[in-house]
Design a protein around this ligand. Structure first.
Ligand code: SF4
Ligand code: SF4
Length: 187
């Protein structure tokens, strides 16, 4: 971080997960997918949810995982965690939308899904998945952080979407489409 750059306060929104309280009901998936349906609440498909619950009742494993950043390539090393006697699968806690699995991909387009913390105007009191988690396995937490002005303004969401589109259709086609759009707006 550059000490000379101006700083600004930023509210960081997080969801804390208590694995011991999760019972695998998947209400969080339902709530997320229906809230993000277009039109809103018109459909309900967990494959479109930005939180997915990986569960294995025989091993008493229930892990809600939030969709994070898009990754264009698989990673070359994978981790397996054993916590309090339970062994979690490789990639079990990974949040990436990556080529090695179907998780966090919009089923029709294949484009990556990412949790947007239910950004809405006016703001929701709590994200939908938290509201519908009746066991309190999910808790909404806000904290304040100081960030550089430049970083705070970076359009990360846009870059993620553009990178995924470029992977799917090729940079040239994306550039052509942008040029067409720009021309249409000028005209
Ligand atoms: S709604 Fe809560 S208890 Fe149910 S699967 Fe999601 S995190 Fe687990
Ligand atoms: S915070 Fe909102 S967008 Fe993120 S997983 Fe929960 S319901 Fe979906």
């Amino acid at each position: 971080m550059n000490a000379d750059r101006p700083k600004k306060k930023k509210i960081v929104k997080t969801i804390q997960i208590d694995l011991d309280k999760c019972n695998g009901c998947r209400a969080c998936e339902m709530a997320c997918s229906t809230f993000h349906a277009r039109p809103r609440y018109a459909s309900n498909n967990p494959a479109r949810s930005r939180v997915r619950v990986l569960f294995d009742p025989l091993r008493d494993l229930y892990v809600p995982v939030y969709a994070g950043d898009y990754a264009p390539a698989e990673c070359c090393g994978r981790d397996r965690y054993t916590i309090e006697g339970k062994t979690y699968d490789e990639c079990g806690f990974c949040r990436a939308s990556c080529p090695s699995r179907d998780l966090f991909k919009e089923p029709d387009s294949g484009l990556p899904l990412k949790c947007d913390m239910c950004q809405e105007d006016p703001e929701l009191k709590e994200p939908m998945c938290v509201q519908w988690c009746i066991t309190d396995a999910l808790t909404y937490v806000e904290r304040e952080e100081e960030v550089e002005e430049e970083n705070a303004a970076q359009p990360e969401e846009l870059e993620t979407g553009l990178e995924a589109l470029a992977d799917k259709f090729g940079l040239e086609k994306i550039a052509e489409a942008v040029a067409r759009l720009a021309a249409a707006r000028k005209g």
